[in-house]
Design a protein around this ligand. Structure first.
Ligand code: 4NP
Length: 157
């Protein structure tokens, strides 16, 4: 059975679609596409159906990554469907756990930055109201975290 990963942020138009597409890029490069499946979602309903933010897509394309997908909202059924749920920041983490009414899925939910090997950040900062440098930083931070996550998954087989 493939491992299923769900990346979660607030709007599902900036950080989590970037994480999903970066992870898919690394997975394809390593020939692991039949072993790891990725998706993303937002805790809010603000942007349901929207494509990734243009500014985020521009930053990703500078690193050779194309952002695909349409925003959807995180749903409690995702707790069963996914093996690992990766929150971009602490607010996302709390909002996800609030939906885990019995606390039975706690161990599946992690902060994305736990997997960084080169950055000390604890959260992937929300770039939405900032400038281009914020979007570039998100891509570099997520590349670090996704590489660390993939290595961890390969170690665990
Ligand atoms: P994301 O960024 O959570 O990384 O997709 C945001 C997108 C939209 C908003 C905030 C953050 N918003 O307030 O609409």
């Amino acid at each position: 059975m493939p491992q299923k990963l769900l990346f979660v942020c607030l709007g599902n138009i900036c950080r989590s679609p970037s994480a999903e597409n970066i992870m898919n890029h690394l997975i394809q490069r390593e020939g692991l596409s039949d072993q790891i499946i990725c998706d993303s979602a937002g805790t809010s309903s603000y942007h349901i159906g929207s494509s990734p933010d243009r500014r985020m897509a521009a930053a990703a394309s500078k690193r050779g990554i194309t952002l695909e997908g349409q925003a959807r909202q995180f749903h409690p059924e995702d707790f069963e469907k996914f093996d690992l749920i990766l929150a971009m920041d602490k607010e996302n983490y709390r909002d996800i756990l609030t939906l885990d009414l019995k606390g039975q899925y706690r161990d599946k939910v992690k902060l994305m930055c736990n997997f960084c090997r080169h950055h000390a950040d604890q959260e992937v900062p929300d770039p939405y109201y900032g400038g281009a440098e914020g979007f570039n930083y998100v891509i570099d931070l997520l590349l670090d975290a996704c590489e660390g996550l993939l290595e961890r998954m390969k170690d665990k087989g």
